[in-house]
Design a protein around this ligand. Structure first.
Ligand SMILES: NC(=O)C1=CN([C@@H]2O[C@H](COP(=O)(O)OP(=O)(O)OC[C@H]3O[C@@H](n4cnc5c(N)ncnc54)[C@H](O)[C@@H]3O)[C@@H](O)[C@H]2O)C=CC1
Ligand SMILES: CC(=O)C(=O)O
Length: 317
């Protein structure tokens, strides 16, 4: 019997959506890729352009510019549509505009019979992931936000640079809001199973301020990039690919994604970035790290900021 082909639908082929599509094609992860955007010409042009790369791709991918009807057969719908931050804007500043946009998009997708897994990247991602869960009525396990997947990657990259070790051997998480209240989990950070403390002891010159600054560079990375080039897209595109692969290949991989908490970390009724096991059914389980008191306090603050931002917006929907 032939296996059914995998289909990914991308809603919003701007900087993030088109970078993700390009990476998807390059890694040969899906057999079908459909591009949908309010700006039809942009999506159509992207489909044409990507198709011209097919002779050089690792495997065959059918790519086309489509409509919401194409979501019915999709395994994954990735939403990257909506406004991005202008220089100086926070992610939370986008909440009203993008929640309204999402209401319309999710309605269209569900009316066309979608029954797969949502991946959300649009900011503020934790709040919009919650919105997709509410608007779609799908089980919470099948609505996943990119959460702190990118922040964790930035953290691992900068730690790798600082200690001059391959970033893939750095194991460290950023959790909480994908935004200004995120936090580093220093209590569990390690390189090849060896604590960061031990690594710093082997250094000729070390100041704890270096690590404080390193985290600030993680937290503020988007601002630094947006000031320089107006948007960020390659890093998140790679993070979304990692997540897509974990789902389609049923990997049971641990990724820091925005997922629903129902008592874990002492929090409930919130989508927020934490490590979780991801497989073909979506979120298999939340990994509950033993946070220290300071980390728990910062995490709680992050939850509070998200909840207080969401409340007035959701009331008016
Ligand atoms: N989660 C993360 O780590 C990251 C999230 N982002 C977020 O991703 C989002 C997209 O960013 P960019 O790609 O830079 O923006 P962009 O402006 O380049 O692309 C947005 C696209 O959405 C489309 N769009 C707008 N309304 C739509 C609707 N109703 N239906 C279908 N398509 C619609 C636009 O036509 C446009 O092509 C932003 O919210 C940004 O903040 C960006 C980088 C990292
Ligand atoms: C824009 C954004 O959310 C980021 O680069 O982290």
């Amino acid at each position: 019997m032939l296996n059914r082909v995998n289909r990914v639908a991308v809603i919003g082929t701007g900087f993030v959506g088109s970078s993700y599509s390009f990476a998807l094609l390059n890694q040969g992860i899906t057999e079908e890729l459909v591009l949908i955007d309010l700006n039809k010409e942009k999506a159509e042009g992207d489909a044409m352009d990507l198709n011209h790369g097919l002779p050089f791709a690792p495997s065959r991918t059918k790519i086309w510019f489509g409509s919401y009807e194409d979501c019915r057969e999709a395994d994954i719908v990735v939403i990257t549509a909506g406004a991005n931050q202008k220089p100086g804007e926070t992610r939370l500043d986008l909440v009203e505009k993008n929640t309204k946009i999402f209401k319309g998009i999710v309605k269209e997708i569900m009316e066309n019979g979608f029954d797969g897994i949502f991946i959300v990247a649009t900011n503020p991602v934790d709040i919009l992931t919650y919105a997709v869960w509410k608007f779609s009525g799908l089980p919470k396990e099948r609505v996943i936000g990119s959460g702190t997947i990118l922040d964790t990657a930035r953290f691992r990259y900068l730690l790798g640079e600082y200690f001059d070790v391959d970033t893939r051997n750095v194991h460290a998480y950023i959790i909480g809001e994908h935004g200004d209240t995120e936090l580093p989990v220093w209590s569990h950070a390690n390189i090849a199973g060896t604590s960061i403390d031990k690594w710093t002891k082997n250094m000729d010159s070390f100041s704890p301020l270096d690590l404080d600054q390193l985290f600030l560079n993680v937290r503020d990375a988007a601002y630094h990039i947006i000031e320089r080039k107006g948007a960020t897209f390659y890093g998140i595109a790679m993070g979304l690919i990692r997540l897509t692969k974990a789902i389609l290949q049923n990997e049971n991989s641990v990724l820091t994604v925005s997922t629903y908490l129902n008592g874990e970390y002492g929090q409930e009724d919130i989508f927020i970035g934490v490590p979780a096991v991801v497989n073909r059914n979506g979120i298999k389980e939340v990994v509950e790290l033993d946070l220290n008191e300071d980390e728990l306090m910062k995490f709680k603050k992050s939850v509070q900021v998200l909840k207080s931002t969401m409340e007035p917006v959701f009331k008016n929907l």
